[in-house]
Ligand binder design. Structure first.
Ligand SMILES: [Fe+2]
Length: 584
């Protein structure tokens, strides 16, 4: 089990149908132990926080070696518990043919639950692990699925969702005591009346990939307010666009509505994600959408007012003593080499009036309008940073791509909608001409299926694939940060670069760590006395960047062990790098 991978048969079955049944994972004695506690408890949830002596068998299942081995391959290393365990019993079974409407399906797509697969790597973002504690026969009722719906392209018909017509698609899940069902959360499913001889007893755990954002935990910090005082002075739209994920007040995130020239925060938190197949006249410019899908970036001209351009430039001149010369970023390239890149951060915290043009950027209607169709409502950003290269400043070797695929920074087009999880915006405070340098990218690389060639990365042998858009002061560049291969050319002009970069993330993923990564902030009594292995999957949405940047579980000689190795760039600083369990 240490090095082996799932068989082709298992991979094929999960890929095609969306689930796998693993036979006899629990021994009869383990099933009996769970049933004995459940018989006494007469409760169907809260197991992880039950008193010592009762909670252990449920905590052990969190890190069952075989489950961990499969989840590492199905969900990706660094997976986390997202939904606390609950027992599904006869009482959850319906009286009516289907009971509640079916849940699941992949249209419209939800990136934070979705099934991703590319070049032999699968990253299913939300997976249910359902343990059978009693047998479920072929005609017993209870849990059923509609296979293959994790990849459906057409919205579930109302009659199927509401149980009026099963269309001959519904399939009973047959299980024996001790079996484990591993189910993609987007598989359409529901409950039929239980008609079996025995009891229905299914123990259901929900696991999410490391960076996925869904629900809050039960910890005290969840209800706190992490906003610094100055953020309260932002416009309502600006505050809505700078929320910190993981807290109750931002779960689900705010919805900003607008048409590109004005915007407002909605009085609801429903997802709003328009697409081009349901034409919303005046809402999406089809030429913009075409350019975006084709190239992976978009330039909108002349958004910023002359007054704001002037004031923003004056702010940079006035606070130039705060400029920090950053790293040389050419990474061995001959053509991009130069001196360190000058940066100026904390622009929204400058004294008034100098902070104001930067504060107006984050929730600007021309920005929020496009972000809404690029990745759906509920996006957020960090603070703006000024990129202030001077003549001779380094370029930035090209980086990021669609291959290898990284769901939290991916681009998917489905049924007329753009699903882009990470968008960076660069406001231009000065003109950028052909020979000046600055932002460069490989148009179309957000759909690449092969890795970036070294010559393109360095731009030393760019094969005429690299584009260098030009700008006028007041223009704004949007690009797919993470999906599009991008970087910068060395700065050649006597007049310095003045680009203000703001990184936006869609509602579905975290890519910057934060307090809510810590199990003790996210959860309450559920984690008291847990082992390091158990704690590692009680983290909140963590920095999702590369495989080796969060604590993850390995199987060593059949045992589960936490691996804290900082392999891969940009390790989350808000996540433990060694054991954290208190003495039991
Ligand atoms: Fe970048």
């Amino acid at each position: 089990m240490d090095d082996d991978r799932m068989t082709n048969e298992e991979n094929y079955a999960f890929d095609v149908a969306g689930y796998l049944v693993l036979k006899g994972v629990l021994k009869p004695a383990e099933v009996d132990a769970l049933n004995t506690v459940l018989d006494d408890a007469k409760e169907t949830s809260g197991m992880l926080a039950w008193p010592e002596g009762r909670r252990e068998p449920f905590r052990d299942l969190l890190v069952h070696p075989l489950l961990v081995w499969y989840l590492n391959q199905v969900c990706g290393v660094g997976f986390r518990l997202e939904h606390l365990p609950r027992l599904l019993t006869n009482a959850d079974s319906a009286d009516t043919p289907f009971g509640e409407p079916l849940t699941g399906g992949d249209e419209p797509r939800d990136q934070s639950r979705a099934y991703f697969h590319q070049n032999q790597v699968r990253q299913c973002q939300f997976v249910r692990a359902i343990w059978a504690l009693e047998d479920v026969g072929p005609d017993d009722g209870g849990l059923f699925v509609v296979p293959c719906t994790h990849k459906e392209n057409v919205e579930t018909p109302e009659d199927l969702r509401n149980g009026i017509d099963d269309m001959g698609l519904v399939k009973q899940v047959v299980l024996e005591k001790g079996d484990l069902l591993i189910l993609s959360d987007t598989v359409l499913r529901g409950f039929r009346p239980w008609t079996g001889q025995g009891k229905m007893r299914l123990l259901d755990y929900g696991f999410a990939a490391r960076g996925v954002i869904h629900s809050t935990g039960t910890g005290e910090m969840v209800d706190s307010d992490p906003y610094p005082e100055w953020k309260r002075e932002l416009s309502e739209e600006g505050r809505a666009a700078t929320y910190v994920p993981g807290y109750a007040h931002a779960t689900p995130p705010p919805t900003i509505l607008g048409d590109g020239t004005s915007n407002r925060v909605a009085d609801h938190r429903d997802l709003y994600h328009p697409g081009i197949y349901k034409l919303d006249p005046g809402n999406i410019d089809l030429k913009e959408f075409y350019f975006w899908d084709l190239n992976g970036y978009l330039v909108i001209r002349n958004i910023m007012s002359r007054d704001d351009i002037e004031l923003a430039n004056e702010a940079i001149d006035r606070f130039s003593d705060r400029i920090v010369v950053g790293d040389e970023l050419s990474r061995g390239s001959k053509s991009l080499a130069g001196t360190g890149r000058p940066l100026l951060g904390a622009l929204m915290e400058l004294p008034k009036p100098y902070c104001e043009p930067f504060r107006r950027m984050v929730g600007h209607p021309a920005i929020t309008h496009r972000l809404t169709w690029m990745g759906g409502s509920g996006f957020r950003c960090g603070g703006p940073t000024a990129f202030l290269s001077v003549k001779g400043s380094t370029g930035h070797a090209l980086h990021d791509s669609n291959e290898p695929l990284n769901p939290s920074r991916s681009y998917v087009f489905k049924n007329g909608r753009s699903y882009c999880e990470a968008v960076t915006i660069a406001w231009q405070l000065r003109d950028v001409d052909e020979d000046d340098g600055g932002f460069a990218c490989v148009p179309g690389s957000h759909k690449a299926q092969y890795p970036i060639p070294p010559g393109v990365r360095s731009c030393d042998d760019h094969m005429d694939l690299v584009a260098h858009p030009t700008f006028k002061a007041g223009d704004v560049l949007f690009f797919m940060d993470g999906a599009l291969t991008h970087g910068a050319l060395a700065w050649q002009s006597d007049v310095g670069r003045r680009g203000i970069l703001i990184k936006y993330s869609a509602r579905n993923f975290n890519r910057s760590g934060g307090d809510m990564c810590h199990p003790e902030n996210r959860w309450g009594p559920e984690i008291e006395g847990m082992t390091d292995e158990q704690l590692s999957i009680m983290r909140g949405p963590d920095r999702d960047n590369r495989r080796g940047n969060v604590p993850r579980l390995d199987i060593v000689d059949g045992e589960v062990r936490v691996n804290y190795d900082r392999a891969g760039g940009l390790y989350s600083t808000a996540t433990p790098d060694g054991p954290v369990a208190k003495d039991r």
